[in-house]
Design a protein around this ligand. Sequence first.
Ligand code: 5GP
Ligand code: MN
Length: 341
Amino acid sequence: MPESFKYTKELAKLFTTSDNILLISHINPDGDAIGAQLAIYHYLRSVGKNADMIAPNNLQEFLKWMNGADLINVYIKQREKCRVLIEKADLIVMLDFNQSNRLGEAEKHVLSSKAKKAVIDHHLNPDNFSDILISDPTVCSTSELIYQIVTNINEKPFISKPYAEALYVGIITDTGNFEHGAYSGNTFRIVADLLETGIDRSTIQNLIYNNFSADRMRLMGYALNQKMVILPEYQTAYMFLSRSELASYNYVKGDTEGFVNMPLSISGIVFSVLFIEKEGFVKLSFRSKGTFPSNEFAKKFFYGGGHLNASGGEYPGTLGNTIEYFLKVLKENFDNLNKIS
Ligand code: 5GP
Ligand code: MN
């Protein structure tokens, strides 16, 4: 049994003794965060537990079809209701993140709540902000870990289509359709079990990957054609989009998902960065190939973190001065970081 499971029994006990269980995903929740959250919600409800869900901010459009997604309370839209849920919870389970600032505005309320707190996650080097930490960076996704934990607690696989669908979404989105990340033979064994519940793989595939607007595709073309800069001497490519450019393509949340991966298909490029202008700050997405540690770069220079090959961060500046700062730190640090690899 993996080391990370040593707290599973304790978690099971807390599930049994808690009347109000609150499940919280991270800010800008991705398919894995929402998949893990919904899967554990469906399991808890099936065993008669009272569970509620919060996401720090809005879900991306392509996740909204998921069974139970409409029951997720969005903190920045329903602050009062979410504070009450945090207040009355006796167990708070945090999913798919390892630093408390990923709770966004909910952070201070969650940290000061009297509830027992558990973290279930697969990122390296978790911070210590919970009573129970179930962390396994050897799995591809938090969803894979949830499958193992629930199977353990349930003493056999929990068979339910909404549960299987949620975990399947978490696994395919965190591995980019089995292209990257820490997937293993066991991931495929789990996927086999999930598919055998009768979930419709091709429908899910279409809902996640083939469900965008024409504007989004034109935005992608624009970004690649007009806004991509290649720095061959640093094996790096970056793209940047302003708020007004996004608006002119009728941007909805989730539209830029996947853009940052594309420059990695260029021969010789090992590091790709996407800058998205937000109100008062810039959000950065980092992707890398091989052993270039994108997460170290994110952590050291952009208040962020993540996985070796997929990470993110932010910078409190304009698009222009964020890129300027990025170029400076890239030039100063590329060789060193690339040497680690
Ligand atoms: P994305 O580029 O898709 O937004 O994020 C990729 C991964 O990077 C996420 O799954 C998450 O692990 C990590 N990540 C993104 N933004 C941040 C951030 O601001 N802080 C931290 N710690 N991790 C982030
Ligand atoms: Mn994840």
